[in-house]
Design a protein around this ligand. Structure first.
Ligand SMILES: [Zn+2]
Length: 381
């Protein structure tokens, strides 16, 4: 695999909330991994002049609903993952595959769907994006053996989409999942689809999943006082999405920041969904929140990368030696009022995505979805 040297970097967002900005002038990548920061290596197969652009880890959409390949039946759209790649997304986390046409509701079919989605998305990266697919949608009638079965097939996540009626079973499902190192998500909000029941804070405290999926509503939020309880009285991961209520998103983020609890927050879109296909969704969510809260643009990009990676045990999400070279170079859009990607986000717009790398491979040269950047990075001859 050709090696890569990126020089002349502007700001570098680390992806690590403890130290969101790093002063790094160059990055050397070999075999798909970051090998050196402030590289001593001076030559490579590809040498890129970043022209002062901002380097960030590849963005991670914490909340997507894929089915198979690069097609979503929900909006009859082909190529949606590749389009998200052009929005800087290099990884995505499936929050379940309920959009399968004619999805059967029996236990064996649910298990088969999660297993197949997990394996097919592992074998083939749609549009070049690393999609962690296969999230088992839990239902009444599931047993410990069912959870064990899917765990053995590599399924990593369980999701309460329609709350299980029997709360004892709900608590057991969480425990069985944890026994197999699985991550348990629960729908947080009103009825999003026929058959999905609303949840409340009490249910979360009783069943104790790991993640409040779309804590700001999917699309309808739970009452404000209930959301506040989830932030202040639990240690749940707080998943904030574009397809939810943005005023609630601002409240959750401010409250988490006040409590020094930003590490619990992750950003996503909750798409494809009724809200649509949103290739720039994570950037837009970051811009909205960076411009309307006290959280800085660099910290915001950590919530769109490193914290999500930590919650899901992903190897990626940080600019550090030994991490996969999933990278984005971004800048201020041409004609915009600001001069850097971070100032652009803080001002409330999404920045220009100029280059996107997955495992050190250059997959996007100038995004087809964002405006072009004021300066572009250039491959040195
Ligand atoms: Zn969702």
């Amino acid at each position: 695999m050709p090696d890569l040297l990126i020089e002349n970097l502007g700001s570098v967002v680390s992806g690590n909330l403890d130290d969101p900005r790093r002063s790094v002038e160059s990055v050397y990548v070999e075999d798909g991994y970051i090998r050196e920061l402030d590289a001593t290596t001076t030559t490579a197969d590809t040498v890129l002049d970043a022209n002062g652009l901002t380097l960030t880890p590849g963005l991670i959409d914490s909340h997507v609903h894929p089915v198979f390949g690069d097609f979503t039946p929900r909006q009859n759209t082909i190529g949606w993952c590749e389009s998200y790649l052009h929005g800087g997304i290099t990884s995505m986390i499936s929050n379940g595959e309920p959009h399968l046409p004619g999805r059967p509701r029996d236990v064996e079919s649910a298990k088969a769907l999660a297993t197949l989605a997990r394996k097919s998305l592992e074998n083939d990266r749609p549009g070049g994006v690393k999609v962690r697919g296969g999230t088992l949608i839990l239902s009444d009638g599931m047993t410990e053996a069912d959870i064990e079965d899917v765990a053995q097939e590599g399924v990593e996540r369980l999701k309460f989409l329609m709350p299980v009626e029997d709360r004892t079973l709900g608590r057991n499902l969480v425990e069985w999942g944890h026994d197999h190192d699985m991550i348990v998500l629960m729908h947080c909000g009103g009825t999003s689809l026929p058959g999905v029941k609303s949840t409340d804070a009490d249910l979360f405290m009783d069943i104790r999943p790991d993640i409040a999926a779309h804590v700001n509503g999917g699309p309808t939020p739970i009452p404000d006082a209930e959301v506040e309880k989830l932030v202040t009285e639990t240690d749940l991961v707080l998943d904030i999405v574009l397809a939810g209520n943005q005023r609630v998103a601002v409240d959750v983020l401010e409250l988490a920041a006040e409590r020094d609890d930003l590490a619990r927050v992750q950003l996503g879109t909750d798409t494809p969904s009724g809200t649509g296909v949103t290739p720039l969704g994570v950037l837009l969510q970051s811009a909205i929140l960076a411009s309307m809260t006290s959280v800085s643009a660099a910290e915001m990009l950590c919530l769109a990368t490193g914290t999500t990676a930590a919650h899901h045990g992903l190897e990626t999400g940080e600019i550090a030696v030994g991490k996969p070279a999933d990278l984005v170079l971004m800048g201020a859009p041409k004609g915009g009022p600001k001069d850097t990607a971070l100032d652009t986000l803080a001002h409330g717009e999404y920045p220009a995505v100029d280059k996107v790398f997955v495992d050190g491979e250059l997959l996007v040269t100038r995004s087809r979805n964002t405006a072009p950047a004021k300066q572009a990075a250039e491959v040195r001859p």
